[in-house]
Design a protein around this ligand. Structure first.
Ligand code: AHR
Length: 534
């Protein structure tokens, strides 16, 4: 791998960076941030979560039960609550995923025993292991989790095997004030007199696949039936329609176009959000989660960077049908998905022992979200614990943070801040690939401003060269700055139950010279800089 000495002439690269700035200092990477030209607000919801009744995400991961020896709050794993508060988790999407279109919400309420029901993921369980749904974790327990961690609920309704009536009853049960409809009284009898106040509603999940195997036209017809009689209680809903399988090679633009075509012709149903699923999908490859070479390192990060063109392509496709730009994208499933075989326990379906590579992928993805904050209303990592792109792994009383967790912590300052345009001059990398070598951006980054404090996040994906970085603040200067870095000598480093602190944050020196910040960004590293402006 080496860096190209030639600068790209001008164009915005795949990672949204502009080349061509004249170097002012002898730095490898020069960044200019226009403090006086703030862009759109970065919604905290871009740092959202997805938790499904799948393998050990809910049971064992989050829900340990009231009588568990694992420290818990009302049956919810205490360490999970504390860590989610620490990263200011803004929301959870629940109960699926594919599980959602087989879930009947009434099975998960009531103080007595609850029915044992079928779980969509049962067929994936290894022989000898059961995956019967106990329904111990239902809407009340989910809302308790939200309240404990300060997050908003995002419910995925059952379109595939449910009905508009079942959906509307769930809305009534959740949002109708006490003293109105009978479902509100039932909610109160089950311990929650106050409405849950659910704003975010997903109308189905992956209706092109496990959610019903439909065409976009078939789904659009159902969408209209599901939302037309939506019960009008507070809060005003944000209705999310099922969108494309963005990780298809063709990005599945046909779904987005087909859905909006079917919504034309005098139909009036509101679509506030279009769900976009984008997995960095290595399922049909030989890529391993925890053992890889330089080619594998770059392949995963390059594929993660493709998020940007997927978002841009669907956003462009939508403009024809929605010139006023009412509908925003909701990237409610994203993450790296490796082939099976390295699960952390047989019952922990789809779990992956994530490494530093996945943390770098996370940072690059967040930079894309930050730079496109005008287009995205929400994003949800798939999935928060014991699953694909998880922040945590848990088994009984054992619990660790993966390297991915630390990136959520590092990007916290962007949440709710105004995005700032970033101009970057950095040589591209030439990296090994299946087809010889390819070029890719040599640096990823994003910046934002909140309450007089500047946040800059930077990622150096290179495996063999650090970067001397100079950040020039146009239209201001810094009084002081500090930074942290996430890296490790070994690119395959990860945290395990035996060595939970192998990959963690460390301080990174940053020098302030008036309107310039200088730092040395190590190889394969993510840095987060916070500067107080003078
Ligand atoms: O996140 C795992 C699964 O991936 C979800 O259940 C489904 O929506 C997607 O295909």
């Amino acid at each position: 791998m080496n860096r190209r000495s030639l600068l790209r002439a001008s164009a915005v690269t795949a990672a949204g960076m502009v080349a061509g700035l004249r170097p002012a200092l002898a730095a490898d990477a020069e960044i200019e941030i226009a403090l006086q030209a703030p862009g759109p607000r970065i919604s905290p919801d871009l740092y959202g979560h997805f938790i499904e009744h799948l393998g050990a995400v809910i049971y064992d991961g989050i829900w340990v039960g009231h009588d568990s020896k694992v420290p818990n709050i009302d049956g919810i794993r205490r360490q999970f609550v504390e860590d989610m508060k620490r990263i200011a988790a803004p929301n959870y999407r629940w109960p699926g995923g594919c599980f959602a279109d087989g879930y009947h919400w009434r099975d998960g309420i009531g103080r007595g025993s609850r029915p044992r029901t079928y779980n969509y993921w049962r067929e994936r369980m290894p022989p000898g292991f059961d995956h019967t749904e106990t329904n111990a974790f239902g809407i009340h327990e989910f809302i308790r989790l939200c309240r404990l961690t300060g997050a908003e609920p995002y419910l995925a309704a059952n379109v595939g095997s449910g009905s508009p009536r079942e959906f509307h009853d769930w809305v009534l049960y959740s949002n109708a004030p006490a003293g109105t409809v009978s479902l509100a009284a039932e909610r109160a009898a089950n311990g929650s007199p106050e409405p849950f106040g659910v704003k975010w509603w997903g109308v189905g999940n992956e209706s092109w696949g496990c959610g019903g195997d439909m065409s976009p036209h078939e789904y659009a017809t159902l969408y209209r039936r599901f939302v037309t009689q939506f019960p009008a209680y507070s809060p005003k809903p944000f209705l999310v329609a099922v969108g494309p399988r963005g990780h298809s090679r063709d990005m599945d633009l046909a779904w987005t176009r087909g859905f909006f075509e079917a919504m034309q012709g005098g139909h009036h149903s509101v679509v506030d959000g279009l769900s976009l699923h984008y997995y960095t999908d290595f399922r049909n490859t030989k890529e391993k989660v925890a053992t890889f070479d330089a080619r594998g390192w770059y392949a995963v990060i390059r594929e993660g960077m493709r998020t940007e063109s997927v978002i841009g392509s669907h956003w462009n496709a939508m403009s024809r049908y929605d010139p006023d730009r009412h509908t925003k994208l909701v990237v409610d499933e994203w993450g790296v998905w490796y082939p099976p075989g390295e699960e952390t326990a047989p019952t922990h379906l789809l779990s992956q022992p994530l490494t530093l590579r996945d943390a770098v992928h996370t940072a690059v993805t967040f930079d894309v979200f930050n730079r496109h904050a005008d287009k995205i209303a929400m994003a949800n990592v798939a999935q928060t614990i014991n699953c694909l792109h998880s922040l945590f792994l848990a088994q009984g009383d054992r619990f660790i943070r993966t390297p991915v967790y630390y990136v959520f912590e590092m990007y916290r300052n962007h949440m709710g801040a105004q995005s700032l345009p970033l101009r970057v001059r950095c040589d591209e990398l030439t990296v090994p690939a299946d087809t010889g070598t390819v070029r890719m951006p040599g640096l990823s980054g994003s910046a934002s401003l909140k309450d007089g404090s500047l946040a800059v996040t930077l990622t150096n994906p290179a495996l063999d060269s650090s970067l001397a970085v100079s950040i020039r603040l146009a239209g201001g200067s810094a009084a002081e700055a500090r930074a942290v870095v996430l890296t490790h000598a070994d690119m395959t480093a990860r945290n395990t139950f035996e060595r939970p602190g192998e990959v963690k944050l460390a301080p990174l020196p940053v020098t302030v010279r008036g309107n310039t910040l200088e730092l040395a960004l190590p190889k394969h590293a993510v840095a987060s800089v916070e500067a107080r402006l003078s």
